[in-house]
Design a protein around this ligand. Structure first.
Ligand code: NDP
Length: 493
């Protein structure tokens, strides 16, 4: 694999016109992994123009022909699986067991899933009476701007690129600046797989300049954004000036509710996975644990003991379960959350400091950290830390658990751990979130829609529902009578 990272604009790989680059640092050891072009509005403009020109022909391409290119992309991603998984791990610290077995597998399968789903898209006919036939046809939006975060760099980009292109749109993609390398590499595969020039454009550059240039560009009809809730608000505000639609997948502070009858072994295992997978850098991470009073002590003790067994260290070691967090500034921000929580009434049950081992000493690591006896209103229970730091609180009744869970500005997901499925379903209906898992946490698959409410955003990723984000329904009315049928009929003879 070449270690050059270039943008894809109009079917050509290119640098920034200023030749400026951004360093990408390996958070496991502080070394430089590579340099990405640092583009500004000039390149965004070129990318948007190329996408705009390519849009009409791509929109007319048959689903079968588009699917053929998608299958080629999947094949190429599988061919590069090991080296790309390694690159993904090195640029943002996700352990290799994750990047090999989740990210790279999802990446290839996403192209295949959308190749199939996109070929089964239909419109509808509408019952308007005998005088006409009315129908809806699904049409592309034109050029879409796709702005993505660093916690699943390639997966998030691909989960937007595939429905966008399959629905006949062209795209300008901008990955996060701290981990843009695999998404830039995707540009090379797009050329090899045969995407016509301009259909897929990938630029890298700072959110405040390149990102906002995408949001503001008049040729770009819609923005699909995944990232921080505050960034989402900024993008929504900018886009509103042009009444431009924005699909948002934003932050989360997700409740993990343990009822008195829960299978304790399963709940503890689910709690460790939900809280610490990907160092807790998941929008869907279980970061607020609401535990019934009667099982709180047992759960807390077993959760702490299980968490102690996580292997924290070099993310390229296949045995590592928790790697570093993505970059130094992020580590520093997490540590500030931890210090403030230590000064609150919460009880530190585990972690709370940097792990000091030969494997971690040069990287940006945070030890898996658990706070107990937390006040549901406290910062550690309300704000998204986006790291391996979780908080436990007690509740006495199902109603209280739901009230605490819903007392959040976020509404992404939640899980309920109980053997009483009826009780679980009653609570499911009451939770103000986009996904509820019963006896599971963090199961996210293509077949099921993903997306939240409140400050977690309002759009859907995955499943067939994602197609609505990238297409518009046009209504077509066909008169079957043959003569004008208005109340003014005959008045103009
Ligand atoms: P950010 O919001 O900081 O960045 C996301 C993307 O937006 C990056 O490409 C960034 O560019 C860009 N960006 C930043 N500012 C602007 C701007 N003013 N205009 C346009 N684009 C901009 O999020 P993170 O990368 O830190 O990702 C973490 C967040 O993402 C967490 O809150 C997490 O919960 C959320 N997330 C939500 C998911 C969901 O499905 N709900 C899934 C995954 C993550 P640059 O990197 O150059 O700043």
């Amino acid at each position: 694999m070449s270690s050059e990272y270039r943008m894809l604009i109009n079917g050509e790989l290119c640098e920034a016109s200023t030749k400026e680059t951004m360093q990408v640092i390996n958070p496991a050891n502080g070394t430089v992994v590579g340099h990405a072009p640092k583009c500004g509005s000039e390149e965004v403009n070129r990318a948007a123009e190329a996408a705009y020109k390519a849009a009409p022909a791509w929109a007319e391409k048959s689903p079968t022909d588009k699917a053929a290119i998608f299958f080629k992309m999947a094949e190429l991603l599988r061919k590069h699986r090991e080296e790309w998984a390694k690159l993904e791990t090195m640029q943002y610290g996700g352990p290799i067991f994750k990047t090999m077995n989740f990210d790279m597998v999802f990446d290839a399968e996403h192209f295949e899933f959308m190749a199939g789903v996109g070929r089964a898209v239909t419109g509808k006919s509408l019952p308007v009476g005998p005088q006409a036939l009315s129908m809806t046809i699904r049409q592309p939006l034109g050029v879409v701007g796709l702005i993505t975060p660093w916690n699943f760099p390639l997966v998030t980009a691909i989960s937007k690129i595939t429905p966008a292109l399959m629905m006949g749109n062209t795209a300008v993609v901008k990955p996060a600046s701290c981990a843009p390398l695999t998404v830039l590499k995707l540009g090379e595969l797009a050329i090899e797989a045969g995407f016509p020039p301009g259909v897929l454009n990938i630029v890298s550059g700072p959110g405040a300049s390149a990102g906002e240039a995408i949001v503001n560009h008049p040729y770009i009809s819609k923005i699909n954004f995944t990232g921080d809730s505050e960034t989402g608000k900024r993008i929504l505000a900018l886009a509103s000036a042009a009444v431009k639609p924005v699909a948002c997948e934003l932050g989360g502070k997700n409740a993990f509710i343990v009822m008195p009858d829960a299978d304790m072994k399963a709940a503890v295992e689910g709690a460790v996975w939900g809280g610490f997978f990907n160092s807790g850098q998941n929008c869907g991470a279980s970061s607020r644990y609401l535990i019934h009073d009667s099982v709180y002590d047992e759960f807390a003790e077993k959760f702490v003991e299980a968490t102690k067994q996580l292997r924290v260290g070099d993310p390229l070691n296949p045995e590592t379960m928790v790697g570093p967090v993505a970059y130094k500034g992020h580590r520093d921000g997490i540590e500030r959350f931890v210090e403030r929580a230590k000064k609150s009434d919460a009880k530190l049950l585990l972690g709370g400091e940097r792990p000091e081992t030969p494997e971690t000493k040069n990287g940006y690591f945070v030890a898996p950290t658990i706070f107990g006896d937390c006040d549901p209103k406290s910062e550690i229970m309300q704000e998204e830390v986006f790291g391996p730091v979780v908080a436990l609180a007690k509740f006495k009744t199902p109603e209280e658990a739901v009230a605490i869970a819903n007392d959040s500005r976020f509404g992404l997901c939640a899980s309920i751990w109980t053997r009483d499925i009826r009780q679980g379903l009653v609570m499911t209906k009451q939770l103000k979130v986009g996904t509820v898992w019963l006896n599971q946490h963090l199961s996210i698959v293509f077949e099921c829609p993903w997306g939240g409410c409140k400050e977690s955003g309002h759009s859907k990723e995955n499943s067939i529902m994602v197609l609505d984000e990238y297409s518009m329904m046009k209504n077509v009315w066909i008169d079957l009578v043959g003569t004008p049928a208005t109340p003014w009929e005959g008045k103009f003879d």
